[in-house]
Design a protein around this ligand. Structure first.
Ligand SMILES: Nc1nc2c(ncn2[C@@H]2O[C@H](COP(=O)(O)OP(=O)(O)O)[C@@H](O)[C@H]2O)c(=O)[nH]1
Ligand SMILES: Nc1ncnc2c1ncn2[C@@H]1O[C@H](COP(=O)(O)OP(=O)(O)O)[C@@H](O)[C@H]1O
Length: 204
């Protein structure tokens, strides 16, 4: 634990659980957090902006970023690459600011290897039926890919033990409140550790 650094918070969970939705709501709910912007090779959707939603890259550019070790983690997801630019994350926490990454499960496990003291939050569906409803409701998938997503989701839910916290996304506002409570609790924990360490320094 490095006392003067910010917290690195990872929000992850199965596809369709509502990571993107909760993270978008958190931007208003917790404007004090810094939001990591990922690089991706997927096409820009209508309304998305370079450097705001994603850094849009070609496959070659992305592979160059991997080779040059510019990514803290990366994963291939539905035939596209997604990754977290390392420099921005490191600079933010070095400045003592808290940063949040909204990423899928394979990437979260890579971050855990590199930052074991990060705060890992697993966003869970209220139940599997509701997860299926959300994936279907989003209307972006065929019946076959929905079944694939559900199989992958079941495997991902098994990986919940790697996380510090599980937040059930029943309602977006509840999930945001839980995440804020987690961040507040982690700050208090850190302050108590700092106070204890300072006291110990005075006594030795
Ligand atoms: N590993 C990893 N996953 C990411 C990153 N950025 C976004 N993702 C995940 O990629 C998946 C697809 O994101 P996106 O294409 O925006 O679609 P949508 O969130 O499903 O609408 C989501 O599960 C995101 O959490 C990243 O930098 N690294
Ligand atoms: N708490 C919630 N209650 C009901 N629907 C939700 C909730 N959170 C997200 N959704 C819906 O579920 C679908 C998947 O959400 P999305 O944010 O795209 O998931 P992810 O980023 O995890 O793949 C979207 O249609 C979204 O509107």
């Amino acid at each position: 634990m490095e006392f003067d650094k910010g917290l690195l918070i990872v929000l992850s969970g199965p596809s369709g659980v509502g990571k993107g939705t909760v993270c978008a709501a958190l931007r208003n709910f917790m404007p004090e957090l810094v939001y990591s912007v990922s690089a991706t090779t997927r096409n820009k959707r209508e309304g998305e902006r370079e450097g705001i939603n994603y850094f849009f890259k070609t496959k070659d550019e992305f592979e160059q970023m991997i080779e040059q070790d510019q990514l803290l983690e990366w994963a291939e997801y539905v035939d596209n690459y997604y990754g977290t630019p390392r420099g921005f994350v490191e600079a933010t926490i070095d400045q003592g600011k808290d940063i949040i990454l909204e990423i899928e499960v394979q990437g979260a496990l890579q971050v855990k290897q590199k930052f074991p003291h990060g705060i890992f939050i697993f966003l869970a569906p209220p139940d599997l039926e509701e997860l299926r409803n959300r994936i279907v409701g989003r209307g972006t998938e065929t019946e076959e890919t929905i079944n694939n997503r559900m199989d992958v989701a079941k495997e991902e839910i098994e990986l919940m033990d790697n996380y510090n916290y599980v937040v059930v996304n029943d309602q977006v506002a509840h999930a945001c409140e839980s995440i804020r409570a987690i961040v507040t609790a982690e700050h208090l924990k850190k302050e108590r550790q700092i106070a204890k360490y300072r006291k110990w320094l005075r006594e030795v």
